[in-house]
Design a binder for this molecule. Structure first.
Ligand code: MN
Length: 207
């Protein structure tokens, strides 16, 4: 699955997980995946289909629904469910069994040019993820020629800010609470060290 396949049209379907539900253990348990993917992600997709049925948004690609509804108060429920459908399809690809380690060389060079070192980039991602107040997301993005770390509230995402998402970490409590309870930093650091999929970020950089 790639970024392109996130651009589905209605009826939107829950994308297949790129690994088994226990493949991210012990960092993220099969139980967390079963609720996070099977209940939360599925609900965003199902709600989006219900909310857009028979409207101008039926048949529209997901990314177009997101940009067409962003910032419009009367379209907030559609935006929230569309953005969360996109964010989760993207997030699953940002993780992989035996992830972490070193990014491919072109990405690593770009990271070093933007942050000084890979460690500094990871530290900035961890800080964004742990300091995001309440629900949201931490992102590595391409903004013009530079890589940046940003955080977003709730369902919001780089697409609404005209920056390109390379990686994300979900910091909604449903992403970690069963495994880590209130210890969000432990979840974030374990994801960065053991699961983060730098190959996927490098693919996104190259698109
Ligand atoms: Mn989530």
């Amino acid at each position: 699955m790639s970024n392109e396949t996130i651009t589905t049209t209605s009826p939107h379907v829950l994308p297949t997980l790129p690994y088994a539900d226990n493949a991210l253990e012990p960092v993220i348990s099969a139980k967390t995946i079963s609720f996070h993917y099977g209940k939360h992600h599925k609900a965003y997709v199902d709600n989006l289909n219900k909310l857009t049925e028979g409207t101008e948004f039926a048949g529209m690609p997901l990314e177009k629904i997101i940009t067409a509804t962003a910032g419009k108060a009367d379209k907030t429920p559609i935006f929230n469910n569309a953005a969360q459908a996109w964010n989760h399809a993207f997030y699953w690809q940002c993780l992989k069994p035996k992830g972490g380690g070193e990014p491919p060389s072109a990405l690593k060079k770009k990271i070093e040019a933007s942050f000084g070192s890979l460690d500094a980039c990871k530290k900035e991602l961890a800080t964004a993820a742990t300091t995001q107040f309440g629900s949201g997301w931490a992102w590595l993005v391409l903004d013009g020629e530079k890589l940046k770390v940003v955080k977003t509230d709730n369902a919001d995402l780089p697409l609404t800010k005209k920056t390109k998402a390379l990686l994300t970490i979900d910091v909604w409590e449903h992403a970690y609470y069963l495994d880590y309870q209130n210890k969000r930093p432990d979840y974030v650091n374990a994801v960065l060290d053991k699961l983060i999929n730098w190959d996927f970020a490098a693919e996104n950089l190259g698109r």
